[in-house]
Design a binder for this molecule. Structure first.
Ligand code: 5GP
Ligand code: MN
Length: 318
């Protein structure tokens, strides 16, 4: 598959790279890294993302390039870290149906293989690791900025090398990226160690509402809580990781109300406990230890349905 992707990239002149909605460090780092490499190869590249890029990634040069431009006469579309067409966002979900190749580069176990060519490696810790290998095959040399983009993808998706997806190879690749000039400290400081006051106040409220039900810990992040803290819904991303540290819990879920009347769920679990089927059951996706979905309805309708499915999945994991 890599050979096919390599050939498509070598032949293309105008490329269009799409990151997933509700963007994280991997989709943004991978997209910026790939765009940087394509430009080094003398190709034109447009960057797109259906949602605004979070403040925590604003330290990356070029971040302002992400927008929602129209796809026009580009000859190659590349989706990075996108598990299914819904995650391309409404502006781009039909991109794979356009009369030109769409390359799908991803590492989610729930990937729907929507591309005309699919480079999906579920053993990779981050899409950025797959991009690293692809760029080596394309003989693109590393430079400090390229290395920073790719290391950002790896560090953020492995939660600073702490997930069970962190293999010796991930550490080797990361060491090479640091050798090429990427700063691990800069990435950690910006992504994991700086938060707004409003965010932490909101986290406090989410933690306060936490409930333990068997080995499942869960909480809510309501619009009222967001308003009280003067935080927007995006501010609470990450609090689920804190819930998942509860000693008695095998898994954690946060139910987040959004302005558009939908409920976003974020799910985490301990190594060896696969919670991706919960998200997949409700039309979402993700990884064995980190997954999510968006559901229609209000909290009272959504919570019992999700908790019941979660308990069923956790029981089948035992
Ligand atoms: P988070 O809880 O941090 O939003 O997401 C955790 C993981 O689940 C990420 O890998 C993300 O790609 C995936 N994920 C989150 N929400 C959705 C969703 O609505 N649909 C799909 N397919 N994946 C999601
Ligand atoms: Mn990823």
């Amino acid at each position: 598959m890599t050979k096919q992707v390599q050939e498509l990239i070598e032949r293309a002149q105008r490329t269009f790279v799409i990151a997933h909605v509700d963007p994280d460090g991997d989709t943004i780092g991978s997209a910026l890294g790939l765009a940087h490499a394509l430009r080094k190869m003398g190709k034109n590249c447009i960057l797109a993302c259906g949602d605004p890029v979070p403040e925590a990634l604003s330290f990356l040069p070029g971040i302002q390039e992400f927008g929602t431009p129209e796809i026009t006469d580009e000859d190659l579309i590349i989706a990075v870290d996108v598990s299914d067409p819904n995650r391309l966002g409404t502006a781009y979900e039909r991109a794979p149906c356009l009369d030109r190749p769409t390359v799908n580069i991803d590492h989610h176990v729930t990937n729907s293989m929507f591309g005309t060519v699919n480079l999906v490696r579920t053993e990779a810790a981050a899409t950025a690791e797959i991009i690293f290998d692809l760029l080596r095959d394309l003989e693109v040399s590393l430079d400090p900025l390229l290395a920073t983009y790719l290391l950002t993808g790896i560090v953020t998706d492995t939660q600073s090398f702490s997930t069970s997806s962190t293999t010796p190879r991930v550490l080797e690749v990361s060491a090479e990226l640091m050798d090429a000039g990427a700063s691990l400290t800069e990435i950690n400081e910006n992504y994991f160690k700086k938060r707004g006051l409003a965010t932490l106040r909101l986290w406090g409220k989410v933690l306060d509402q936490m409930q333990l039900d068997g080995d499942l810990v869960w909480s809510v992040n309501t619009l009222d809580m967001q308003n009280e803290c003067h935080a927007d819904s995006g501010n609470a991303g990450g609090v689920v990781n804190l819930l998942a540290t509860v000693r008695e819990a095998a898994a954690a879920i946060v139910f987040k109300e959004s302005e558009d009347g939908q409920i976003e769920i974020s799910i985490r679990s301990r190594p060896g406990v696969d919670i991706s089927p919960i998200a997949a059951h409700f039309g979402g996706g993700g990884h064995p230890q980190a997954a999510g979905s968006v559901l229609q309805g209000n909290l009272d309708q959504v919570i019992p349905k999700v908790l019941s499915k979660a308990k069923q999945v956790l029981n089948s994991n035992r």
